[in-house]
Design a protein around this ligand. Structure first.
Ligand SMILES: NC(=O)c1ccc[n+]([C@@H]2O[C@H](COP(=O)([O-])OP(=O)(O)OC[C@H]3O[C@@H](n4cnc5c(N)ncnc54)[C@H](OP(=O)(O)O)[C@@H]3O)[C@@H](O)[C@H]2O)c1
Length: 280
């Protein structure tokens, strides 16, 4: 067995050990519908998983209320608006009291544009729309990282690492849901100023977090992840032009395969749903 194979095996072993008898606590931020709601449905089917779903209006999400009926004990729904920092702090303090740690956090909330459609040219941009998009897509997820950082550092999560003294440690994972159109090097079409810029800046936050959280004993891996073009409200105005439109279930199954196979060295990278690394 070469060193790469043995390292891979070690990571797999650590990962399965991390799961034995322990509850994996997962928070899906932006879970009222679309991809966030699907993450909740898929993760809740796993053994020993506690799902926390956060959204702006818990009583208005039919998808979460329906899921709660079938899983009253392992689904907790919390109010959180990413543009209101006090709601993030309050959700973090509730998770701390109830679980004391977090193993996986997915920042899913985003808007394409306040109008629902991206700008087609410079003349249709406005500072107000751009600020609202940045507040939701970029600043919000970073404030979520800020308030849940301590809980993530206590996570025993998904990734096994071997520290220099030989003891096993387990790192937690933060996923920032990004978008291929946030890649600067891949931008061949232009347009969508607010959304593209907000996701490019989110990718920078991912890189920064990977550096800050890669230091010290307790580590948290942070990645950006593109889900493909998925059948949700966000992409609906563009469905007729899309060659391959994924269901939320298919996209989330593929993304969870990517998340499950992460290792420490993947932190700070931008992944596509199929596990390939995409340029910033
Ligand atoms: N669908 C795609 O094809 C596609 C492609 C690339 C990337 N993505 C990314 O994947 C993620 C999920 O997108 P989606 O397609 O599932 O979108 P979606 O169906 O439009 O859902 C967006 C979610 O964000 C929530 N949200 C919006 N503003 C919020 C706020 N201020 N605070 C808390 N939650 C807020 C919405 O909650 P409310 O119900 O309260 O509005 C909703 O749950 C996004 O980050 C998106 O950029 C999607």
């Amino acid at each position: 067995m070469n060193s790469n194979e043995s390292e891979f095996l070690e990571q797999k072993i650590c990962r399965s050990m991390a799961g034995i008898g322990k509850t994996t606590v997962c928070l899906i931020q932006g879970a009222s519908r679309g991809i966030g709601a699907q993450y909740c449905r898929t993760l809740i089917g796993r053994e020993n998983v506690q799902v926390i779903a956060s959204c702006r209006k818990p009583n208005a999400s039919q998808e979460l209320l329906e899921l709660k009926k079938g899983h009253p004990d392992n689904l907790l729904i919390l109010p959180l608006d990413v543009t209101e920092e006090e709601t993030i702090a309050s959700a973090a303090s509730q998770v701390e009291k109830q679980f004391g740690k977090l193993d996986l956090l997915i920042n899913a909330a985003a808007i394409l544009h306040p109008s629902g459609k991206g700008e087609t040219s410079l003349k249709t941009t406005s500072a107000e729309d751009m600020l609202q998009t940045f507040e939701t897509n970029t600043i919000g997820p970073l404030m979520v990282a800020k308030h849940f950082s301590k809980l993530l550092s206590k996570g025993e999560g998904l990734i096994g690492t071997q520290s220099s003294d030989g003891s096993q440690k387990h790192a937690s994972v933060l996923v920032n849901m990004s978008a291929k159109v946030g890649s600067i090097s891949d931008n061949g079409l232009g347009g969508w100023y607010s959304y593209r810029m907000s996701k490019a800046a989110l990718n920078m936050a991912t890189k920064n977090l990977s550096i800050e959280w890669g230091r010290g004993q307790r580590k948290t891996v942070c990645i950006s992840l593109h889900p493909g073009t998925v059948d949700t409200d966000l992409s609906r105005p563009y469905h007729k032009n899309v060659k391959t439109l994924f269901s939320t279930e298919h996209s989330v199954n593929m993304m969870l395969e990517v998340i499950d196979s992460l290792s420490m060295s993947d932190s700070g990278k931008f992944f596509l749903y199929d596990g390939s690394v995409f340029p910033f």
